[in-house]
Design a protein around this ligand. Structure first.
Ligand SMILES: [Ca+2]
Ligand SMILES: [Ca+2]
Ligand SMILES: [Ca+2]
Length: 135
């Protein structure tokens, strides 16, 4: 399942149906690491819990805001060569999209909003769960 979900994430990143879309704060690949009850479905609540964990992991200086620099530092720390120009541009798009108060950083409510948009975008069949049926 993890491989299939990772593929779904890659598909989304390239703009399913040609839509311009910010890279999700969470990817399907990461969601595949969730210990869920075996049916492969992730509820909106589970997703939002993971989204908050992601926020806290990204907020390296603990000021309750995530900057583009923190996103980049976090990604580089994880390795995998994702410190590319494209990845940085994606971080900036995500911030631009969700930065309601325009301080160029995402606070928790902005990050949660972004997560909710991502969930909705990934839940293709609108059943409130992310699963292989959404492929
Ligand atoms: Ca911060
Ligand atoms: Ca902000
Ligand atoms: Ca679904």
């Amino acid at each position: 399942m993890m491989i299939a979900l990772a593929l779904a994430g890659a598909e989304l990143a390239h703009g399913r149906n040609g839509e311009a879309r910010a890279m999700p704060a969470l990817t399907f690949g990461e969601l595949g690491g969730l210990d869920i009850d075996g049916d492969g479905a992730i509820s909106r609540d589970e997703f939002m819990v993971l989204n908050t964990e992601r926020f806290e992991a990204l907020d390296l200086n603990r000021d309750r805001k995530v900057s583009a620099a923190e996103m980049r530092t976090h990604r580089l720390a994880l390795g995998g060569g994702e410190g590319s120009v494209q990845a940085a541009a994606t971080d900036q798009r995500a911030i631009d999209l969700a930065d309601t108060n325009q301080d160029a950083q995402l606070d928790h409510s902005e990050f949660a909003w972004l997560g909710a948009q991502v969930f909705t975008a990934l839940d293709h069949n609108n059943d409130g769960f992310l699963s292989l049926r959404d492929r």
